[in-house]
Design a protein around this ligand. Structure first.
Ligand SMILES: NC(=O)C1=CN([C@@H]2O[C@H](COP(=O)(O)OP(=O)(O)OC[C@H]3O[C@@H](n4cnc5c(N)ncnc54)[C@H](OP(=O)(O)O)[C@@H]3O)[C@@H](O)[C@H]2O)[C@@H](O)CC1
Ligand SMILES: Nc1ncnc2c1ncn2[C@@H]1O[C@H](COP(=O)(O)OP(=O)(O)O)[C@@H](O)[C@H]1O
Ligand SMILES: [K+]
Length: 510
């Protein structure tokens, strides 16, 4: 599991060490780690550190201090370093250190053309403008220069951000008007929440964590991400004594004459994800199509352990809406977990009476927000701060909210958020959300766990595996949702086999 902490949590962890006079030691470790990553990246991209042109962008705070001490280390290894002071002042000891090495120190009062020349000619730009102490967005002139640089940036140029990319809010993940886009972010002690949360997560690039001697407690992390090594342990697998009913039965109310494909895709994905049994509730179209594609599926209502409801159901499809309503009533009575999508959102007016995962995209979340809390928010506003808006709906609906998009944000009323990064943008195709509903439904039916924190973890697991299945289906090119559904089986199998090989244990144990 990847874990991230808020800047406040990191600061609270630092305080005792700073009070004990260890500030310089912390910065020195941070700078050493940063310089090492920069040197490795330079060698990988250009073959050498010696002779490479390095530009360090330095702000007034400790983030700039880290960049200055790292610049010294790179200069000692033969790099041609230029320091550009972006805020007039800079970390005093760091500045003394670069001056002692005769490193070229410039200020932002150079002409725009000169600053852009420095930015465009560097092999490596180190972004030490601002760190965890900063607000979203860059000051006006700097922001404008960064925008112009980004428009003309040479493809091979490396940008390494110190702790967080400057211009992002390290806590909320908002980016304001302009922000640095890094290839690599070298962060200290542990991930800051803004490195996982979109839109800032897009600016971070690959994130490397440098140990500087701070101990952040795993259980206090507030944003998590499921990764490959978690799947084998979390994915519900049958015991030798299991039968189809004990594994878990999923009820599916999805699709309609107008959108039959949604039901076919969700059903295919649920079967591919290894549900004990799938019961499809709905009309002959799409029921007949499901039977053709997935003969394992049983038609008609019956006892289930979870429901997946709403994909491909339009509000005027009365019989399907009635079937969803009936399933929700049953779920409230027996506390069955439900995965709610598309057409099911129209039936949500307040806190839900059963454990549930809602799977809106940004447009659907905007509608839900309006209905549940009277807040009118546009799709764009949601995309600028998805975690906050997902949390509002999670609280108002008392449910897990999985907000779909390039990054998937999973929020719950009380407990950590999960953010799953994009596996492949080829997944942005019709029907891939219906596949996700099927995967989540299968997980809800078979996991036997239904507290909201457990469902949030399952939602993150399902989202991660959905992305891995998309990678298998895509192979770097276009994919179709039907193939993503089929690939769920292979994604889970591959990750379980990999875990077994890594642990070097016998098959009987998995
Ligand atoms: N503490 C430790 O032990 C260790 C900390 N470490 C390092 O310290 C970093 C945190 O340092 P920090 O607290 O000095 O904050 P930092 O982000 O450098 O500067 C904030 C200043 O910038 C300004 N500013 C605000 N917004 C801005 C913007 N958008 N764009 C530009 N400028 C902006 C604002 O000034 P204002 O505009 O308010 O006058 C404010 O005063 C942390 O990320 C890590 O790198 C490591 O060395 C490991 C040990
Ligand atoms: N650019 C992207 N990169 C990666 N995944 C994406 C991207 N855009 C959308 N997705 C994912 O694709 C799926 C789309 O779901 P949805 O919008 O419900 O589509 P549909 O209703 O057609 O099934 C979601 O899982 C979403 O997270
Ligand atoms: K930075």
């Amino acid at each position: 599991m990847r874990r991230a902490w808020t800047p406040d949590q990191v600061r609270a962890c630092e305080t005792p060490l700073l009070d004990a006079g260890q500030g310089d030691a912390l910065m020195s470790r941070a700078a050493a780690g940063l310089a090492n990553v920069c040197a490795t990246e330079l060698r990988e991209r250009y073959g050498h550190v010696y002779g490479s042109r390095v530009l360090a962008l330095v702000g007034k705070g400790n983030n700039g201090g880290d960049a200055l001490f790292a610049a010294c280390r790179l200069a000692r290894r033969g790099a041609h370093v230029t320091v550009l002071l972006c805020a007039g002042r800079a970390h005093p000891a760091g500045l003394r250190a670069v001056r002692a090495l005769n490193i070229d120190v410039r200020e932002l009062d150079e002409s725009d053309d000169d600053v852009l020349r420095f930015l465009l000619c560097a092999h490596l730009v180190i972004d030490g403008i601002a760190g965890t102490g900063a607000r979203a967005g860059l000051p006006d002139r700097l922001g404008e220069l960064v925008r112009r640089w980004r428009g003309r940036k040479p493809g091979r140029q490396l940008v390494v951000a110190v702790d967080v990319p400057s211009g992002v809010d390290a806590g909320t993940g908002q980016t304001g008007g302009s922000a640095i886009a890094a290839d690599v972010t070298v962060t200290f002690a542990g991930l800051k929440t803004g490195l996982l949360i979109p839109p800032a997560a897009r600016n971070a690039g690959r994130v490397e964590v440098v140990d500087i001697g701070l101990e952040l407690a795993d259980e206090q992390a507030v944003v998590l991400a499921v990764e490959a090594s978690d799947v084998a342990a979390l994915w519900p697998a049958p015991e030798p004594s299991d039968h189809k009913y004990s594994r878990g039965v999923l009820g599916l109310v999805a699709g309609s004459a107008r959108y039959p494909g949604a039901a076919v895709l969700a059903a295919d994905a649920a079967v591919s994800a290894g549900v004990g049994m799938l019961r499809y509730v709905g009309p002959d179209t799409p029921g007949g199509l499901i039977a053709q594609r997935s003969p394992e599926v049983v038609a008609g209502a019956g006892r289930v352990q979870a429901w997946a409801l709403g994909s491909g159901v339009a509000p005027d499809e009365e019989s399907q809406v009635d079937a969803i309503r009936a399933a929700l009533d049953e779920a409230i009575e027996t506390q069955l977990p439900c995965v709610l999508d598309a057409g099911a959102f129209d039936l949500i007016y307040g806190p839900l009476g059963m454990p549930a995962i809602l799977t809106p995209h940004a447009g659907e979340l905007a509608t839900l927000l309006g209905r549940l809390s009277g807040t009118i928010v546009s799709r764009e506003e949601i995309e600028a701060d998805p975690a906050r808006h997902a949390k509002s709906v999670a609280e108002a609906a008392n449910a897990v909210v999985l907000l779909k998009g390039a990054h998937t944000v999973i929020s719950q009323p009380a407990g950590p958020d999960y953010v799953q990064g994009p596996a492949t943008a080829w997944l942005a195709t019709a029907g891939s959300g219906d596949v996700l509903t099927g995967v989540l439904g299968a997980l809800a039916a078979t996991a036997g766990r239904k507290s909201l924190p457990q469902l949030a973890e399952l939602a993150a697991l399902g989202s991660f595996v959905h992305g891995q299945a998309a990678l298998l289906a895509s192979q770097g090119g276009p994919l179709r949702s039907l193939h993503v559904a089929a690939a769920v089986k292979y994604a889970v199998t591959e990750l379980r086999v990999r875990a077994r090989e890594e642990k070097n244990v016998g098959q009987w144990q998995l």
